[in-house]
Ligand binder design. Structure first.
Ligand SMILES: [Zn+2]
Length: 573
């Protein structure tokens, strides 16, 4: 148990000496960034554009990937004079990074980099290189944003983050020393049980951090714990949330319990802080003196003020592994509104659609995205994964295996999951070739359908098969009128129950002439369901309600509509 060092001592003595020993320009950069934020939007744009020109020249000279990209696209750096020209440059995707990483990395012998991996929001670990020279710039930017929250260098911070606990001793010691002299206390979000949170509360009361930083889900969980247990005496000046979407109910409970404002931050492992709320809380200021942040509408054009789009980033200070128009997969809404604080940095109305959903356990715990991404990196050979939850008692863990995958690895995964989610938590592993995108083209690595169940929505009761066509593609052809009345769509998956012989067949449905009364089985279905058989045709849907619209129709001997039997699923028959 320890208390924090005297903040002015850290701020004015220890920190400047530490930075001096490292020989970097962090404090000079911080002054520069402080000045930048008060420039007008026009001046900031000009500043960004000057950095952009030099960035483009450097990367097309030293990175084989970008040199080829410009050549193949018929682009020249001197032709890129404004944002419209800039949009001609193709996007950089996570797939491209996976495939051509070594060609993206600069061949400039003066540049140094170091690798870092990120779970991102795609469920696919991505290995990135950070530019050593950009380190102080990134840190200075984070400090600038902390100042918006009223917190400065040396003020004690407590960080509630997904820290790995099993690290080599040497690494742990180095971190402990660094954190001690920087006034930082690290608390891991893994396994935050009541007992652990009780310990955290005690440590925080003694440490009294000026700033609490963490995932919104973890901070809200902890705030709720404090509220329930009447734990008082933790008085930070500000809370910064990051790493997940911040929901209003989370902000509310955190602000209520710690009696201080919450500042939301958007950032990631690749770029650190990209956008941050100021003291006015009117949205997130984009640090566009260091990044070009575009919000691209799904139609491909820039999103207008108030429209949702994907965040596309160019990090102007990473010249080791340059990311030019990098698609993050995260969504945000830009706004033309100016912030009353007077800073010229543009605003995002909010960041939304971060894929960090949570998984619920039977004992009421919610397990955030970070645990699952961390877990996926624990085991070698997981190329991509998706966690799907349909009921509280467990999840379906889909894995796209890479070359290093071993079948026995699921045992290790299961053990880790049970440790975190409880022994009764069930995990069903499925190895798949690919994980499809959502209908809107997004990738969700956590799919929570917890309140949903498959319920019947359509039924054609007591129909008769009029014909069979064994040579055709396997399906069932149905009079279009009956399909409409029973709410079946062409191509929809259906279940045929043959009342004559008890067969149950799954296939899909195709429409035929309206009013014809035709019901024709085709392909393999004809082996079980024959002309003259009495059948019922049913279709189901996922729903979060136990009852819903149910189009259940009765037909006569000639497959003519007679009447609706019921129109609500779940109704007593
Ligand atoms: Zn502001």
């Amino acid at each position: 148990m320890r208390t924090s060092l005297f903040p002015p001592l850290v701020r004015n003595v220890i920190y400047p000496i530490y930075r001096g020993l490292r020989g970097d320009r962090l404090l000079t950069v911080l002054d520069e960034l402080e000045r930048n934020q008060w420039l007008s939007p026009g001046e900031l744009h000009e500043l960004q554009w000057r950095s952009m020109e030099s960035f483009l020249r450097q990367i097309t000279t030293h990175s084989p990937y970008y040199r080829d990209l410009f050549e193949e696209s018929g682009l020249r750096v001197e032709d890129i004079q404004n944002p419209t020209d800039f949009q001609k440059i193709p996007f950089l995707t996570k797939d491209t990074i996976q495939e051509t990483k070594s060609r993206i990395v600069t061949k400039d012998p003066m540049r140094r980099g170091y690798p870092t991996s990120t779970g991102g929001s795609t469920g696919e670990p991505l290995y990135f290189y950070r530019d050593v020279a950009a380190g102080p710039i990134r840190r200075a930017n984070t400090l600038r944003c902390y100042r918006w929250a009223g917190v400065d260098i040396g003020d004690a911070q407590a960080v509630l983050w997904g820290f790995r606990l099993e690290k080599p001793l040497k690494e742990r010691l180095g971190e402990a020393v660094r954190n001690y002299f920087n006034n930082i206390m690290c608390l891991s979000t893994f396994g935050m049980s009541e007992r652990v949170m009780h310990g955290y509360a005690r440590r925080l009361r003694r440490y009294q951090p000026s700033l609490l930083i963490g995932y919104p889900s973890a901070l809200a969980l902890f705030a709720n714990f404090c509220k329930r247990r009447f734990t008082t005496g933790i008085h930070p000046r500000a809370v910064v949330t990051s790493g997940e979407s911040l929901f209003p109910h989370q902000r509310e409970v955190i602000e209520e319990v710690f009696a201080c404002p919450v500042f939301d931050r958007y950032g990631n492992r690749e770029f650190s802080t990209i956008a941050h709320e100021c003291e006015e809380h009117r949205g997130l200021h984009v640090c566009n003196d260091l990044f070009s942040v575009e919000i691209i509408h799904e139609s491909g054009r820039p999103a207008r003020s108030g429209e949702v789009g994907e965040i596309v980033i160019t990090d102007l200070s990473n010249l080791y592994m340059p990311s030019l128009r990098y698609r993050t997969g995260d969504l945000a809404i830009p706004t033309e509104r100016r912030c009353p604080c007077g800073r010229g940095l543009p605003l995002l109305d909010r960041v939304e659609g971060r894929a960090f959903d949570t998984i619920q356990t039977p004992n009421g715990k919610s397990v955030g995205g970070f645990f699952w991404t961390w877990l996926s990196r624990e085991v070698p050979g997981i190329k991509q994964f998706q966690i799907e939850q349909r009921e509280r008692s467990g999840v379906i863990f889909k894995i796209v295996p890479g070359p290093a995958w071993k079948d026995g690895a699921t045992k290790h995964l299961e053990k880790k999951i049970k440790e975190n989610c409880g022994d009764s938590f069930r995990v069903n592993f499925i190895i798949v070739d690919r994980i499809p995108l959502t209908p809107t083209g997004k990738f969700k690595f956590i799919v929570s359908n917890i309140e949903e169940r498959l319920i019947v929505k359509s039924k054609i009761h007591k129909a008769h098969v009029t014909n069979e066509a064994p040579g055709k593609v396997d399906c069932i052809v149905v009079d279009e009128e009956l399909m409409e009345r029973s709410n079946l769509a062409p191509g929809e998956k259906i279940l045929i129950v043959d009342n004559t012989n008890g067969a149950r067949i799954e296939t899909f449905v195709v429409a035929c002439e309206r009013g014809s009364g035709n019901i024709i089985t085709c392909g393999a279905t004809t082996q079980y369901v024959h002309t003259g058989d009495e059948i019922s045709i049913m279709a189901f849907t996922w729903s979060d309600e136990s009852s819903g619209r149910f189009s259940n129709i009765l037909v006569d001997e000639d497959n003519k509509f007679v009447r609706y039997l019921t129109d609500t699923a779940g109704e007593r028959l």
